[in-house]
Design a protein. Structure first.
Length: 337
């Protein structure tokens, strides 16, 4: 029986990863350690097999809590827990430094002292900054760090700590860096579920600036498969860029959503740009393809279709997720436009 420890497993990607593990690795037991911040949603864990999945509410910065929940001889620790929203990091960076930086160090120390066999750090392409608009420029694993937001700076710092733990203490660690995920159960402050929710309710859809910023979109389950392969086949100390070769301009994404829902483009509202908004991210996933044998399974069309169908069928999830904390943030961010 493989023992796996997942942090942030009540969030968007972490919960998809836990589901993938339970579906694809029958002989595994998961401890899902999550603080349930505004982004952690217990609804994301509905229906999981309690015999193989144990949820522990805890903060990755709380050393005693982590040491209490992490079992000795854990096969792999997957760190998804993070403050993940760039806009929030612009309003206030404190929580980003605490969770993303200090929390990662606490987990590295715990993994080392309890003999976890592998540490997987889930990182982001944003640590490499912004690319020129030319379509022959891509992020590779050797691209220099150039984070432009407090969020990406904190994720870059976390990567440095993972690298240092590997080099100094021999922690067996692998890092994955991915682009923009989309799919079921994403907290509706993020671009795609926000658009979907608004469009379904015939509410205006805010698009930053001129809408020409380019992101590399990947279906969440494809990202999760890459993380699992990195844990199973990745070289200790390696970084793997994960991307589906699916660059899209934000405006094009918004239009695809409206078209798929049969809603008019008149719902689009261009709003004041985010300060320091990175222009283009694009990932060269060649190394993950060659070394891990990873390939995305979904196309943009098939992934978007699955995503829209999930949100359409899960109105109650969406209504609950859109309550409280989300509303307050939304008013502050877009209220004056
Ligand atoms: N969403 C993306 O497109 C994307 C792309 C690349 C990388 N990533 C990375 O993937 C990871 C997961 O992203 P997501 O979109 O699922 O984020 P999310 O915000 O949906 O979920 C984060 C989860 O972490 C938990 N958490 C936050 N602080 C915690 C703490 N101190 N202790 C324990 N748990 C805590 C939250 O409760 C939540 O369940 C993050 O590390 C993020 O940087 C995300």
């Amino acid at each position: 029986m493989r023992k796996l420890f997942v942090t942030g497993g009540a969030g968007f990607i972490g919960s998809a990863f836990v589901r993938l593990l339970l579906d694809e690795l029958p002989a595994c037991e998961i401890v899902n350690f999550d603080a349930l911040t505004y982004a952690g949603n217990p609804d994301n864990l509905a229906g999981l097999d309690p015999a193989r999945h144990r949820f522990v509410r805890g903060d990755i910065c709380d050393r005693a809590a982590v040491l209490g929940a992490l079992e000795a001889d854990t096969d792999a620790l997957f760190n998804f827990a993070a403050e993940s929203h760039v806009d929030r990091s612009i309003h206030s960076a404190d929580e980003f430094l605490r969770t993303n930086v200090l929390g990662t160090q606490v987990l590295l120390d715990a993994a080392r002292s309890l003999g976890a066999r592998r540490f997987v750090q889930v990182s982001t392409d944003e640590v490499m900054g912004s690319l020129p608009e030319r379509d022959d420029a891509f992020f590779t694993e050797d691209s220099p760090f150039a984070p432009n937001s407090p969020y990406s700076a904190s994720k870059a710092a976390a990567e440095h700590l993972v690298r240092a733990a590997h080099h100094t203490h021999g922690v067996d660690a692998v890092v994955t860096r991915c682009g923009n995920n989309y799919g079921p159960r994403q907290f509706p402050e993020k671009f795609l579920p926000l658009m979907l929710a608004n469009a379904m309710n015939d509410e205006p859809i805010p698009v930053y600036g001129d809408g020409q910023n380019v992101r590399d979109w990947i279906y969440v389950e494809d990202h999760c498969r890459a993380i699992l392969l990195a844990a199973e086949r990745g070289r200790a100390g390696a970084v793997y860029n994960v991307g589906a070769r699916n660059e899209r301009r934000n405006l094009e994404v918004a239009e695809s959503v409206l078209d798929a829902l049969g809603k008019p483009r008149s719902l689009l509202r261009f709003v004041k740009d985010r300060p320091g908004h990175d222009r283009r991210y694009a990932i060269d996933p060649g190394l993950a393809e060659r070394e891990l044998g990873w390939r995305p399974r979904e196309t943009w069309q098939s992934g978007l279709k699955k995503t829209i169908e999930w949100y359409a069928a899960n109105g109650e999830w969406l209504a609950r997720a859109r309550g409280g904390a989300y509303r307050e943030f939304y008013e502050r961010q877009y209220g004056e436009n």
